[in-house]
Design a protein around this ligand. Structure first.
Ligand code: SAM
Length: 291
């Protein structure tokens, strides 16, 4: 494995050769452990026929493994300084396309159209920049890209929230948002020592598999997500109280109680006890009244 980029020795060599200095503001923590990379790859659902998209290739540690284990890699990198480095470190591979862009601004759908043949299975795999983990994942999910799964290294705490079950501390509006689009699971927890430099937080590999159809029928998605957020606005408060703050001036407490009763949800429960099905019933009931 010595020849791979994802080793302490090669990474140090590359950093020195280019006098590269890490930008903390870009979440630059490079992977230096091939076994962790193999674990990511192993859960990403890829083989030599699939296309892969990477966000933030860095000096190419994961990109190299994706090039070996998939048909083609398209990677988005925001840091201009890394482009000549990547050209050097990945020179041996002819199935990589590096795009200099901010993933949050990029038209990923268009990039997919231009880079992968119609109907090819595509998977997203990344060691994400932690300062924008949630915005990146929410962008990718909401755009309903034609991808089969997303497998990413992220902060452990955020991974736990995305894969949480009801009645746990991690369960919240982010859980519902992610699990509406995907089946989420934490694949493994990863120690700080596999990164250079080491981040301040613990990390996990999160695997999101796209759902073929939404798990619940909602009348209006934006409205649904707004209601879910309202139910978690103050975690210690009951459903009834969070909803009456949200609908202030629109529905009084009594009306809210009536609506909750009509769908047989106890208003003294807390948001964290509702599952996705119950949230959808709740959102649909209020939505219908407001039409
Ligand atoms: N994939 C490499 C690895 O595992 O060693 C690097 C991962 S590092 C955690 C995150 C990478 O994302 C960095 O290369 C950083 O420059 C890049 N990045 C940060 N913000 C970005 C953005 N908005 N769009 C694209 N890439 C970004």
């Amino acid at each position: 494995d010595k020849k791979y980029i994802a080793t302490p020795i090669r990474t140090k060599e590359i950093l020195q050769k280019y006098h590269f200095t890490f930008k903390k503001s870009l979440g630059q923590n490079f992977l230096i452990d091939v076994n962790v990379l193999k674990n990511i790859i192993g859960h990403a659902g890829i083989d030599e026929t699939t296309g892969t998209i990477e966000i933030g290739p860095g000096i190419g540690a994961l990109t190299e493994q994706l090039a070996i284990h998939s048909d083609k890699v398209v990677a988005f990198e925001i840091d201009q300084r890394l482009l000549p480095i990547l050209q050097d470190t990945l020179a041996d591979y002819d199935n990589i396309n590096i795009i200099h862009a901010d993933i949050l601004q990029a038209d990923v759908k268009e990039v997919i159209k231009h880079n992968f043949p119609d109907g090819q299975q595509i998977h997203i795999v990344a060691n994400l920049p932690y300062y924008i983990t949630t915005p990146i994942l929410m962008k990718l999910l909401r755009e309903r890209l034609p991808v089969g799964s997303i497998t990413v290294m992220i902060q452990k705490e955020v991974a736990d929230r995305m894969a949480a079950k009801p009645n746990t501390k991690s369960y919240g509006s982010l859980t519902i948002a992610v699990q509406y689009y995907t089946e989420a699971k934490v694949v493994m927890n990863v120690p700080k020592t596999v990164f250079m430099p080491q981040p301040n937080v613990d990390s996990s590999i999160l695997n999101l598999v796209a759902r073929k159809a939404p798990p619940v029928q909602v009348e209006d998605e934006d409205y649904f997500f707004t209601i879910v957020q309202a139910c978690f606005a103050q975690r210690r408060k009951t459903l009834r109280n969070n909803l009456s703050s949200h609908f202030k001036g629109e529905f009084d407490k009594e009306k809210i109680n009536d609506i909750l009763e009509s769908i047989e949800i106890d208003g003294t429960r807390r948001g964290e006890s509702l599952d996705m099905q119950e949230f959808s019933m709740l959102a649909n009931a209020f939505y219908r009244l407001q039409q």
